[in-house]
Ligand binder design. Structure first.
Ligand code: FES
Length: 323
């Protein structure tokens, strides 16, 4: 699949330590030209080049006001299980650093048919909602933000949320103070027009999806996004590259993309390596994929026509790919 992203270089114009683990970076073009327009919920892929030649590539939600295209802002959490990208951003990137980023893409937009938007953030998952809050402020649809974090010092951007125009619509939940988010109680009061959006750690996303399902909230009314998921593992399987007939064994802790790269059996384009950008999409000729990406829609996943080689695995012992 052709790369549909435009890549361009930006300079870091500000860095702010928002919490002990989260930094906010402001990015602008060096010539001051406007950045590409975006809508709330969009992300960009940031490519980083280490001094030792290592390359990292991570997706980050845009958190700044979509109406202001002079710059973008992203929030980066220093991840313990980092593939290297978040550590690079925290340790190597400073004001004046130049980064390559992609044009924005939105896989987590507000649904215009919703009668109410219920936003649920866990930790760094607050970032796409910060951009969406600007849109919600300008619109007329009711909304509420529920923001959970582990202790007061880890709640990034609390001050701007509690003093700005969204204060009346925002609730904070703080684990260390035993102020917990009760999803069942929250969802029980929702009417049929409300849509739920969740971004944050996997356990929170899983809990939202499960609670919503148990209360009969239609899947189409539940939206989620998570970047930098823990690496997906599963049983080993065989991949056949149809064009060359080569067979590869994809071991338990390995991705199809890694197996192909290791064997140099084919060239696969890949930008994000976390199931977000769509560049490694490959047609499935035989077998079924276990999809772990966020790029394909539920219908596309069910059709089993294509898959993302960077994260998805096989549901069958053998998978034949159009490569
Ligand atoms: S490289 Fe981005 S989805 Fe696979």
């Amino acid at each position: 699949m052709a790369n549909k992203y435009e890549m361009f270089s930006v300079q870091v114009t500000a860095v702010e330590q928002a919490t002990p683990l989260i930094k906010r970076f402001t990015l602008a073009r060096e010539d001051g030209a406007p950045m590409p327009a975006f809508t709330g919920g969009s992300h960009v892929i940031v490519q980083m080049q280490g001094a030792d030649g290592r390359q990292f590539s991570n997706a980050y939600s845009l958190m700044s006001d979509p109406r202001d295209t002079r710059s973008y802002q992203i929030g980066v959490r220093l991840e313990e299980q980092s593939k290297g990208g978040s550590a690079f951003m925290h340790q190597q990137v400073e004001v004046g650093s130049v980064l390559t980023i992609s044009s924005p893409n939105n896989l987590f937009a507000l649904d215009p048919s919703a009668g109410r938007h219920v936003l649920i953030a866990g930790g760094i998952g607050i970032t796409p909602f910060l951009a969406q809050l600007h849109e919600l402020e300008a619109g007329s649809t009711a909304y509420e933000l529920h923001y959970a974090f582990r202790s007061p010092e880890h709640g990034a951007f609390q001050a701007e949320l509690s003093s700005g125009p969204h204060a009346a619509n925002t609730q904070f939940y703080i684990d260390s103070l035993e102020r917990k988010l009760d999803l069942a109680a929250l969802f029980a009061g929702l009417d049929d027009a409300a849509h739920v959006y969740v971004c944050g750690p996997k356990p929170l996303i899983d809990a939202v999806i499960a609670t919503a399902a148990s209360l009969g909230i239609a899947e189409q009314r539940v939206h989620w996004e998570q970047f930098a998921a823990a690496p997906v593992t599963g049983a080993a399987f065989t991949v056949v590259l149809a064009r060359s007939g080569q067979e590869l064994q994809v071991e338990e802790g390995m991705t199809i993309l890694q197996a192909i790269e290791k064997s140099k059996a084919a060239k696969v384009e890949c930008l994000c390596r976390e199931g977000v950008c769509g560049t490694c999409e490959t047609m499935i000729l035989e077998g079924e994929a276990e999809h772990f990406d966020q790029y394909l829609s539920d219908e596309e996943k069910a059709s089993q026509q294509s898959m993302m080689l960077c994260v998805s695995r096989a549901r069958t012992a053998r998978l034949v790919l159009d490569l």
